[in-house]
Ligand binder design. Structure first.
Ligand SMILES: CC[C@@H](C(=O)O)C(=O)SCCNC(=O)CCNC(=O)[C@H](O)C(C)(C)COP(=O)(O)OP(=O)(O)OC[C@H]1O[C@@H](n2cnc3c(N)ncnc32)[C@H](O)[C@@H]1OP(=O)(O)O
Length: 251
């Protein structure tokens, strides 16, 4: 099993459990997210937390050792679309969703975290929308969510610089809700959230959801997915992925 779903103190926690491959997303992890969403929609929980095993990585994005087999736009689109549906459903869950970044996040890992309401980023973590270095854009809706999350210039810079940011930079540009220096910081975050009734958290979340419905968040995500699938099919992307996979083999 590549994931765990646990409930404790009305917090439902999803843990990606593939540390050896830096918690990259494959079909099994996607199925786990689908199970999480179903459970979260049906349960009386206060929050959902998304995290991962180990201290090195929260998530390294799509599992390139599997997804490099997708060559054409028609092959890439269903994978991108499926994960974009997962992230849209996570974004629009009725309760606050917290990404607890136990380590670094790149590519789709940043998209998952950006779909969440809050990002608690471990101090040593480095995070970046590095998709540009693979000659594609974000393709799971994360670019669209980033423009919803940060001021326009900060979002555009993060996407087009396509580099990893330190936790201090992520706090400065507003992507990190909080940098976690010690375990107590996480405890304090939840203690502060718990001062407010769950009904109030849910009510504010529904205000955000109304805004997203009105400004056609779903339609904009779909356009992002389509464009990424188009770029995915180009040689520049396949060459960049080959180069990443070969680098691993040669070291
Ligand atoms: C598909 C959707 C698309 C999107 O919409 O956003 C994407 O997500 S594109 C994918 C973007 N991800 C990447 O390009 C992966 C980049 N990975 C890294 O930069 C680094 O691995 C890391 C995440 C910064 C971690 O670095 P480090 O701790 O030094 O670990 P290694 O690099 O040595 O990795 C260990 C091991 O894991 C393999 N690995 C890592 N990430 C992936 C991945 N996304 N897919 C497949 N394999 C991955 C890496 O190859 C190493 O393997 P071995 O050498 O066999 O141990």
């Amino acid at each position: 099993m590549s994931y765990k779903i646990e409930i404790s103190e009305q917090i439902m926690t999803y843990t990606i459990d593939r540390p050896e491959i830096r918690n990259a997303i494959n079909s099994d992890v996607m199925a786990g997210f689908e199970e999480l969403i179903q459970k979260a929609e049906e349960s009386e929980i206060r929050y959902v937390v998304i995290t991962a095993t180990g201290t090195k990585a929260f998530c390294s994005g799509g599992d390139l050792s599997v997804f490099h087999e997708l060559k054409t736009e028609a092959e890439a689109y269903p994978m991108l679309k499926r994960m974009s549906e997962v992230l849209y459903r996570i974004k629009t869950l009725p309760v606050p969703v917290i990404a607890l970044l136990n380590g670094s996040a790149v590519g789709g890992g940043c998209e998952i975290a950006t779909a969440c309401d809050y990002r608690l980023v471990t101090a040593h973590a480095k995070c970046g929308f590095i998709q540009g270095t693979l000659a594609i854009t974000s393709g799971w809706g994360g670019g669209t969510y980033l423009f919803e999350t940060l001021p326009h210039d900060k979002a555009l810079l993060m996407l087009t610089e396509a580099r990893v940011y330190t936790s201090d930079e992520l706090e400065a540009n507003g992507w990190a809700t909080k940098v976690v220096h010690k375990e107590e910081d996480i405890h304090n975050f939840f203690a502060s959230m718990n001062k407010i009734r769950p009904e109030v958290h849910r009510a504010y979340k529904s205000i955000a959801k109304r805004k997203w419905q009105e400004n056609d968040l779903k339609g904009r995500v779909d356009a992002e997915v389509r464009k990424c699938a188009e770029l995915w099919a180009e040689d520049a992307h396949h060459e960049a992925v080959e180069s990443f996979l070969n680098k691993s083999q040669n070291t």
